[in-house]
Design a binder for this molecule. Structure first.
Ligand code: ARG
Length: 453
């Protein structure tokens, strides 16, 4: 039984049926569909469309249907075109023809948009907890890192020394922005479409503000035409998920690099590494590579939905049925990835001596220029002098700290014996003490601020 058979003389072609059916995707919104129906039944009752008896029968029936979903006992039948049809079909089996009154003044257009938003309102908090777990891990590692130094890179070339804790926290903050974006999105998801009808509004005198409140929505949508086709929240959610994917891919890329023998800054625990079927020695960072790869898939989900939405005429178009699969896939992806990355990072081994050994005196060339600045020479000149020192040391194939004082003084008479202090990477780090810098105190402040948030 379809919900729309009256005006048709033949049944839908089997393959067209399969194309049209959305049950494989939208059955995930079963509980939300029943909850939406319970609220609508109550609104119909308040509007005197349902008698006391009919309302009791419908709501008890819907409670049974909900129980069947919750316990996994609900049986779908081949004629269930979508989750809305399945719920109404089962309600009819349970309570008879009174079930047919439930859809009064409602359309699947406002119904599906309501279900989807309800589903998202419940899914976002799950995602936020998964974020919290990973952020807690990053913070924990930042605290454990203490005074461990590592090379910082720009263009993937050795740049300046940094604290390992600063590096860990540099991956905390993007996730915090992602959390804020997701939290902010909630207010744009929390808008109730139910009561918009198919497109023009409902003829039932429902108090939509009360209906919104009863379902946990902040407000009722202000325009029925917009409301049945507004999928901004889904696109916005996919952007949030994609941005997280990109942040995780950036972190993953660095773990892949830093666990390679060439860097050797970290070693993954066996529980989060995989081997090769051919090469017995291999220990591969698959979970980080997959995370990096899934960022690509997430970008595809976002651009796919945006392309679907582009140019659609007002109100509901069946194209919109394509909205749920990418959102579900994005949530599933993040919920699969976030705890694994958290686990892999919690159990990773740091190799401080490898990190320290990768800091050479050339990474303090900026400090060398700053040293001359402290002697009153303009930075533009000191940059050139320090650059010359780099060239001379490079030609001699020695470190900057191995250049003799005479060699330095040949470049500038402002150099004195204390110049060699600039090659201590910890001193370089300690100078970067302004808010957001890599000094011990500055990083300590960052941690305190995070903990206070
Ligand atoms: N399965 C549909 C969807 O997900 C439900 C809405 C159907 N509306 C309609 N007018 N055919 O979008």
């Amino acid at each position: 039984m379809t919900l729309w058979g009256g005006r048709f003389s033949t049944k839908l072609n089997d393959q067209a049926w399969d194309l049209n059916s959305s049950l494989p995707v939208d059955q995930r919104m079963a509980i939300q569909d029943v909850d939406g129906s319970l609220a609508w039944a109550s609104a119909l009752h308040k509007a005197n469309i349902l008698s006391d008896e009919e309302y009791t029968s419908i709501s008890l029936g819907l409670d049974t249907v909900k129980g069947e979903f919750a316990s996994g006992k609900f049986l779908f039948v081949p004629s269930d075109e979508d989750i809305h049809t399945a719920v109404e079909r089962r309600l009819t089996e349970l309570i008879g023809v009174t079930a047919g009154k439930l859809h009064t003044g409602r359309s699947r257009n406002d119904q599906v948009a309501t279900d989807f938003r309800l589903w998202m309102l419940q899914a976002i908090p799950h995602l936020l907890s998964a974020f919290s777990l990973l952020q807690a891990t990053l913070l924990e590692q930042a605290e454990l890192a203490g005074e461990t130094l590592m090379p910082g890179y720009t263009h993937l070339q050795r740049a300046q020394p940094i604290l390992l804790s600063h590096w860990w926290l540099s991956h905390y903050h993007p996730l915090q922005r992602d959390r804020e974006r997701l939290t902010d999105l909630i207010k744009r998801v929390s808008i109730l479409p139910l009561g918009s009808g198919a497109l023009a509004g409902t003829p039932i005198p429902v108090d939509r503000a009360a209906l919104a409140e009863s379902l946990g929505f902040a407000v009722a949508s202000p325009n029925s035409l917009d409301s049945v086709s507004d999928r901004d929240f889904a696109a916005e959610f996919l952007f949030c998920a994609t941005m997280t994917g990109i942040h995780l891919s950036k972190l993953s890329e660095q773990i892949v690099l830093y666990t390679s023998a060439e860097f050797g800054f970290f070693e993954l625990s066996d529980a989060f590494s995989t081997g090769s079927s051919l090469m017995p020695q291999k220990k591969n960072p698959d979970v980080f590579e997959l995370t990096r790869g899934k960022a690509g898939t997430l970008i595809g989900l976002l651009t796919g939905l945006l392309a679907t939405l582009k140019g659609l005429p007002s109100a509901y178009d069946k194209d919109l049925q394509e909205d749920k699969a990418p959102v579900f896939a994005a949530i599933d992806t993040l919920l699969a990835v976030l705890p694994v990355i958290a686990g892999a990072l919690r159990t990773i081994t740091t190799k401080p001596e490898r990190m320290r050994n990768a800091i050479d005196s050339f990474m303090m060339a900026t400090d060398l220029a700053d040293y001359l600045v402290s002697k009153g020479i303009p930075f533009r000149e000191t940059h050139v002098i320090a650059g010359k020192a780099v060239r001379v040391a490079g030609e001699k194939n020695i470190q900057l700290e191995e250049l003799s004082l005479e060699a330095y003084q040949a470049l500038s008479l402002a150099f004195e014996a204390d110049v060699y202090q600039v090659f201590d990477p910890l001193k370089s780090i300690e100078k970067r003490n302004a808010i957001g810098g890599t000094s011990l105190q500055s990083v300590k402040n960052q941690i305190q601020q995070i903990k206070g948030d």
